[in-house]
Ligand binder design. Structure first.
Ligand SMILES: [Zn+2]
Ligand SMILES: [Zn+2]
Length: 261
């Protein structure tokens, strides 16, 4: 018998996998119960301390009702009071989604939270995003969606990361809003290359027909949740797919919005 074929029980692939899983679970648990503010490092039981919470969330930005792009005050005076505001791009060629709510611009320091959630499994950040998105929703004139779905990851990426950061926001958000959440009704059928490396036109082509709907969304108002909205091409493609499957209205709930492409 060759030496390398002898394995002690604790060295079996299963045992190693279990140990790896256990330590990953412990790391996740530690990250899920922060004792420090993720932004300033002050002692805090929540992901953000009270000071950062008050300072950075819900910045008073006027945003396009359709795509949540921040709008200049000069652009707004041209529209009637109390009317929903729309940016030029959405007026010129409306996207497939109807509405977008966003918490804040994608920039320092809140971008740190999105990065922590996406790459370091800071799931408490998902809860914090959800709590604030719920508040923005309550302040809006948006009707309650019938169903909330996360922007899905491809199977390959889901396996590599171990979780979907959009689901980490969507699940608590749906619970807080008393809306049904479903992470399996929409799937990504094609593995798209990392969006951040592509220009806008390539992004559009990249996400076309990237999604499939496997459940019944006919006549439904669907809330779509994502951590960061950049060009909006992914959300547009997803909304297009949902509308083709019969969805009546699609509203995006995004944590952070990049101000410009
Ligand atoms: Zn802080
Ligand atoms: Zn817009």
């Amino acid at each position: 018998m060759k030496a390398d074929s002898i394995r002690l029980p604790s060295q079996t692939p299963t045992a190693a996998r279990l140990r790896g899983f256990a330590s990953a679970a412990l790391r996740l648990a530690a990250r899920a119960l922060p004792s420090q503010c993720a932004l300033c490092g002050n002692l805090s039981q929540r992901v953000l301390c009270d000071g950062c919470d008050a300072q950075y969330w819900n910045e008073p930005r006027l945003r396009c009702a359709t795509c949540a792009l921040p709008m200049a005050a000069s652009a707004i005076r041209r529209e009637r009071e109390n009317a929903r505001l729309h940016c030029g791009a959405c007026l010129e060629s409306p996207p497939a989604f109807n509405d977008t709510l966003a918490l804040a611009d994608y920039r320092a320091p809140l971008d740190t939270l999105a990065v922590e959630l996406k790459f370091r499994a800071l799931l408490a950040a998902g809860e914090a995003f959800a709590r604030n998105l719920r508040a923005v929703f309550e302040d809006s004139d948006l009707p309650r969606p019938d169903l909330i779905v996360p922007v899905p990851l491809s199977h390959t990426r889901l396996v590599a990361r171990g979780y979907n950061q959009a689901w980490a926001i969507a699940r608590p958000l749906a619970r807080m809003m008393s809306v049904r959440a479903d992470a399996s009704i929409v799937t990504r059928v094609r593995h798209t290359s990392a969006q951040s490396r592509l220009d806008q036109e390539t992004r559009r082509r990249n996400v076309a027909s990237a999604f499939a709907v496997s459940g019944d969304v006919r006549g439904k108002h669907v809330g779509v949740v994502d951590d960061v909205m950049t060009s909006g091409a992914t959300l547009d493609a997803l909304a297009r797919t949902l509308k083709l499957a019969g969805a009546r209205r699609v509203s995006n709930f995004v944590a952070l919005r990049t101000p410009k492409d």
